[in-house]
Design a protein around this ligand. Structure first.
Ligand code: SF4
Length: 164
């Protein structure tokens, strides 16, 4: 089932059964079907779709049900291999703690802030996003584990907590 063509022809019920462990399986199965239909009827193939100009491809992805900024940018970064930084909840939390930025900062503003400082390699964009996820999962949790955090020397939140 690991191809869009198979997902497109599978029954909704079979798809639901297969992805059940991922949670929200009914909604996700519907979205997978509509994504595969969109790709084939609108573009002929995934390869053709991913060749579109970046702004057009991003708008096309965002026009689909269930695809927001983070999902669109994840597809752009990993599937289409475009230099687009993915801002997720971990990124917002970590950046707000390290630099004292507002946690509710606008997606586009934070993306621009990071992209303008990150350098120009695709691998760096991918790795940097993965590092945010690792840091968020292992240290910068809802209740942060600052002892042992690899960036604690640079973190405003950690300095403020130590001063308390
Ligand atoms: S030092 Fe603490 S608050 Fe700062 S990034 Fe690490 S875990 Fe988060």
């Amino acid at each position: 089932m690991l191809s869009l063509a198979k997902i497109r022809t599978a029954s909704l019920k079979d798809l639901q059964k297969l992805i059940m462990p991922s949670g929200f399986y009914r909604q996700k199965a519907k979205r997978l079907k509509s994504f595969s239909n969109h790709v084939f009827s609108g573009h002929g193939s995934l390869g053709e779709m991913l060749k579109m100009q970046l702004p057009d491809l991003r708008s096309d992805l965002l026009s689909m049900d269930g695809i927001g900024n983070e999902t669109a940018d994840s597809i752009l970064l990993y599937a289409a291999r475009r230099k687009v930084f993915v801002v997720d909840a971990y990124t917002k939390r970590i950046m707000s703690r390290i630099y004292g930025l507002e946690e509710g900062i606008d997606y586009g503003k934070l993306q621009e802030y990071i992209s303008s400082r990150i350098g120009s390699s695709l691998e760096l964009y991918q790795d940097f996003h993965a590092q945010f996820v690792e840091l968020g999962k292992n240290y910068c949790k809802t209740k942060p584990l600052c002892n042992g955090c690899p960036v604690k020397l640079y973190c405003l939140h950690c300095k403020d907590s130590a001063a308390d």
